[in-house]
Design a protein around this ligand. Structure first.
Ligand code: NAD
Ligand code: UDP
Ligand code: UDP
Length: 314
């Protein structure tokens, strides 16, 4: 059935892929973004589609539209961007969630929150299951994002319990792919750009910290699958690729795949940088029949080609 779907943060990396897939599935998409970290280029190819509408709007302000479903993705996601204006980051997570939940309540829409593995902080349990409550420094430099997202989860569950809203909470683990901004600052895009330019690969700390990297197509499929689960399934549910790699391993793979002459340069480890992270995705497998299908090598190859084109066009 054709639905009218709101995607906040639709001009960003994940949001633009999500808008594209929802349009391909025959839905009408309303994309809302203030272009804080996203850009027009991510969605310019969608503007000629009659089923696509773009609205420049900041989700910290109320939004009155009529929709059947809401994917709430608006929020800067890269540490360098979310730490530039930390107060705005918390406002976006918290006021943004309140406004989108208020909207969902009024129009009786299903609403999905793009939460994050950051709610687990620097985890003392490994791999992380949804039952783990996390280990977050509430006053550190990452807190504006981590605690903002944790408070948004709180709001989602309170609107669910208090107002019977149909909510879905996805805890997204590190995701990468085409359309990450050149200045995004996250590890995959940084390393690929540095490798393609034969510049030093900036490994923070000793590079032994681990992350799990999910390719964007798998993630978007997971978000839509989650939205389509039965009303009684709220999550939170982990969405990510359980393959676990050290940052140093990632650097070495990218150097090999690009044939780069880059060397590795160690820079100081940012404060509160989580030492390990790997999703337990049994819940997503059981309830949604979802698991990633693109391995790191395949996903990196596609992403490297994307950045090669982008750098070539500059
Ligand atoms: P992104 O920075 O590319 O996209 C975020 C989008 O939100 C941007 O287009 C930005 O302009 C927009 N935005 C920010 N503040 C806004 C506001 N106040 N009002 C309206 N729009 C606003 O990042 P992304 O990787 O696409 O992340 C999308 C969502 O997924 C975020 O909520 C992020 O926290 C979550 N997430 C992403 C990852 C990942 O690895 N990519 C992991 C966990 C969670
Ligand atoms: N809101 C919105 N769009 C709507 C309905 C509500 O942006 O269609 C905002 C509204 O500004 C309010 C917030 O969502 O601040 C929470 O709404 P709710 O109805 O839950 O609370 P209340 O209005 O009673 O504070
Ligand atoms: N990182 C790095 N070099 C970079 C960017 C990031 O070594 O140029 C490390 C960072 O310290 C962290 C991991 O890579 O341990 C993932 O960082 P990212 O900013 O992509 O996401 P995070 O999971 O920290 O939010």
């Amino acid at each position: 059935m054709k639905k009218r779907i709101l995607v906040t943060g639709g001009g960003g990396f994940l949001g633009s892929h999500l808008c594209e897939t929802l349009l391909e599935q025959g839905h009408e998409v309303l994309c809302v973004d203030n272009f804080y970290t996203g850009c027009k280029k991510n969605i310019s190819h969608l503007l000629c589609n009659n089923e696509f509408e773009f609205m420049r709007h900041d989700v910290t302000f109320p939004l009155y539209v009529e929709v059947d479903e809401i994917y709430n993705l608006a929020c800067p996601a890269s540490p360098i961007h979310y730490q530039t204006d930390p107060v705005q980051t918390t406002k976006t997570s918290v006021h943004g969630a309140i406004n989108m939940l208020g909207l969902a309540k009024r129009v009786k829409a299903r609403i999905l929150q793009a939460s994050t593995s950051e709610v687990y902080g620097s985890p003392t349990e490994h791999p992380q299951t949804e039952a783990y409550w996390g280990n977050v420094n509430p006053i550190g430099p990452r807190a504006c994002y981590d605690e903002g997202k944790r408070c948004a989860e709180t709001l989602f569950f309170d609107y669910h319990r208090q107002h019977r809203l149909r909510i879905k909470v996805a805890r997204i683990f590190n995701t990468y792919g085409p359309r990450m901004a050149l200045n995004d600052g996250r590890v995959v895009s940084n390393f690929i750009i540095q490798a393609l330019k034969n510049e030093p690969i900036t490994v923070y700390g000793n590079g032994k910290q681990t992350r799990s990297f999910c390719f964007v197509d798998d993630l978007v499929r997971g978000l839509i699958r989650l939205m389509d689960t039965k009303d009684d399934f709220t999550g939170p549910v982990n969405l990510g690729n359980p393959g676990e790699f050290t940052v140093l391993e990632l650097a070495e793979r990218i150097i090999a795949l690009t044939g780069s002459s880059s060397r590795i340069e160690h820079l100081p480890l940012p404060e509160n940088d989580p030492t390990q992270r790997k999703p337990d995705i049994r819940l997503a497998r059981e309830v949604m029949g979802w698991e990633p299908t693109v391995n790191l090598e395949q996903g990196l190859a596609v992403t490297i080609e994307y950045f090669r084109r982008m750098l070539g066009a500059m």
